[in-house]
Write a protein that binds this ligand. Structure first.
Ligand code: CTP
Length: 406
């Protein structure tokens, strides 16, 4: 139920706007109060009259509408909701949000607010896949904007693919989840704690077009970032080029190389805890140049390597400003327990999460993980479970260690 929840619903200009009429009905059925905002393009698809009739509330349309300003200024309007929902969120509206533009009521409200924002994108598949839109999506996710959809399917324009706006009931479910997340965020045991998480592989350049990488997908790191954020932590998520998107609601810092990751970690300190889930390359090519290495008759290139900084060891061994809890991972293929226990001592971290990444386990790049948590008290093996479940269990152990909360 959404009893006494205040939703500011921004309806953008797309054919999916007709579904927003049903969304209003569904929200009101659940007890939410809906304040509608219609963009100029939105009025081409639904009328202000039908929106206000369904919402049982006046529709806000114009930035310089004096009556609106005297009723309630746009700043106040943007902050008077528990959640701002943009449905449909068009490519244009997303571009405005990503660029911080404020040239109409909807974009001004979105820029002026510190209320959480959930968007339901809807657009033609080519527009969704365009690099400009993909860039904007990444920016918006980095800014902590929550997404629902789009779905794959047939579109009004006759094409097929991602771009269909989520169905009203899917949007309602996402609204409920966003509000629940907010609640745990405010009341969670990790509220007010800063946790730094590294994730994904690193890419070490050989030359401008080639690099050395590893099979890490970033799935376990992303799940840990999400689980910590769900407990209310402020998370700085430093990620190499991963396959899995970063979690919502965290500060994302994207890097490529181990050296960049180290710089980003140092810039993000201080932290109450640090979790090093990244699969950092141990070596980089010493002489990676700015010119592409060309084939030469018969002569094979020889790469020389230099050792990368050990980020985990550097942070774990800090004399001043060390995070209260430093957690490392040990990806091993042989003698997992012995190697991981030795690694904990060598690197100086408090905990090591050890896992067997031999090819037959399917863990690296897979959805499941089987870990052993090694602390000063000893080793505890957890049953094989989804990476999300491992992340939740680890996050609650971290919360317990930092705050005494279960
Ligand atoms: N790590 C790091 N910086 C590095 C290498 C590793 O921060 N340059 C961190 C990883 O994020 C992980 C832990 O150290 O938390 C262990 O990584 P792993 O690759 O298993 O250990 P290595 O130091 O590479 O040890 P070895 O090669 O002997 O297995």
């Amino acid at each position: 139920m959404l009893t006494s929840t205040r939703i500011l619903l921004i309806i953008g200009g797309g054919i999916a706007a007709f579904k927003s009429l049903d969304l209003i009905r569904r929200l009101r059925e659940r007890g939410a109060a809906v304040t509608p905002v219609l963009t100029r393009a939105g009025t081409e698809f639904v009328t202000p009259l039908s929106v206000s009739a369904l919402a049982g509330h006046k529709v806000f349309q114009h930035l310089f509408d004096l009556t609106d300003e005297s009723d309630m200024g746009h700043i106040e309007l943007s902050r008077s909701a528990d959640l701002i929902v943009v449905a449909p969120a068009t490519a244009d509206l997303m571009a405005k949000m990503a660029g911080g533009q404020a040239d109409d009521l909807a974009s001004t409200l979105l820029l002026a607010t510190d209320t959480p924002v959930l968007i339901a994108p809807a657009m033609n598949v080519r527009m969704w896949e365009h690099p400009a839109t993909q860039r904007n999506i990444a920016t918006l996710k980095d800014d902590g904007i929550l997404f629902v959809g789009p779905n794959d399917g047939d579109m009004a324009c006759g094409e097929h693919g991602p771009g269909r706006m989520s169905e009203p009931l899917e949007i309602v479910a996402a609204i409920e989840a966003a509000l629940a997340g907010q609640e745990t965020g405010v009341k969670g045991p990790m509220a007010g704690r800063h946790v730094l998480v590294t994730s994904g592989p690193t890419h070490e350049p050989i030359d401008p077009v080639r690099y050395i990488a590893n099979r890490s997908s970033g799935a376990q790191g992303s799940a840990i970032g999400a689980a910590l954020a769900a407990l209310g932590a402020t998370v700085t998520f430093i990620t190499g080029p991963a396959d899995v998107p970063p979690p919502a609601g965290v500060k994302v810092v994207r890097v490529e190389t181990a050296q960049q990751m180290q710089a980003a970690v140092n810039a993000a300190l201080p932290a109450d805890a640090a979790v090093f889930a990244a699969a950092v390359a141990d070596w980089r090519v010493a002489s990676a140049g700015t010119s592409k290495i060309k084939k030469q008759d018969g002569a094979l290139p020889v790469l020389e390597f230099a050792e990368n900084p050990d980020i985990l060891a550097q942070v774990a061994q800090m004399r001043a400003g060390r995070p209260g809890l430093v957690v490392g991972f040990a990806a091993e293929t042989d003698d997992v327990l012995a190697n991981a226990t030795a690694k904990r001592a060598r690197k100086g971290c408090d905990w090591i999460v050890a896992n067997d990444v031999s090819a037959q386990t399917g863990i690296m790049g897979g959805a499941e993980n089987a870990v052993t948590l090694i602390t000063a008290e000893g080793a505890q093996s957890w049953p094989r479970m989804g990476k999300d479940a491992v992340a939740r269990q680890l996050a609650s152990r971290i919360a317990e260690a930092l705050t005494g909360a279960q």
